[in-house]
Write a protein that binds this ligand. Structure first.
Ligand code: ZN
Length: 172
């Protein structure tokens, strides 16, 4: 396993539509292991293959409920994910992206979704998600279509610098 380098905006790799995963061979298993390791090292709650410069429809998500620290985070690996149902109800939330370090934005997402795809061995799988988990899936699936969170909002801001730097942050 290895930690892979994360591609950052405005690299054009992030803007391409990713290809379907067709073969669930050893190469894809290695990629999945590397993506999990890279996500955990950052740390992040999700990662899409184009973010490590591989133009395939593959995502990893690992998220635990903050209100429930006793329940360990659940790991999802999904190839060829497709949102087959999304609620009309939406939620606003502040999200960031490993490919846009230092920035966050307020993004409106469906509150609940159903995602269909394949597991790491190519078997069909379906995930029902709501709240933050639904947000993460929507964010990662966007990456497979060349879409970044900054495309979905005009409320983007830079995270505050460390206090000991000379930078002055003005906000209102
Ligand atoms: Zn992202």
């Amino acid at each position: 396993m290895a930690i892979r380098e994360i591609v950052t905006h405005p690299n054009s790799i992030l803007r391409r539509k990713a290809r379907k995963v067709e073969k669930f061979d050893q190469e894809i298993q290695n990629l999945i292991e590397d993506m999990i390791e890279t996500m955990r090292a950052e740390p992040g709650v999700g990662l899409a293959a184009p973010q490590v410069a591989v133009p395939l429809r593959l995502i990893v998500v690992e998220y635990g409920e903050e209100e429930n620290p006793d329940i360990p985070p659940k790991l999802y690996v999904m190839a060829n994910p497709e949102i087959i149902r999304s609620s009309q109800a939406t939620e606003l939330g502040v999200e960031g992206c490993l490919s846009i370090p230092g920035f966050v934005g307020e993004v409106e997402r469906s509150a609940e979704i159903v995602v269909r795809g394949q597991n790491r061995y190519g078997k069909p799988m379906k995930v029902k998600a709501k709240g933050w988990l639904a947000r993460i899936f929507q964010h990662e699936i966007d990456h497979l279509n060349g879409v970044l969170f900054i495309d979905r909002t005009d409320k983007v801001w830079k995270l505050e610098e460390e206090k000991d730097t000379a930078q002055v942050t003005v906000s209102d």
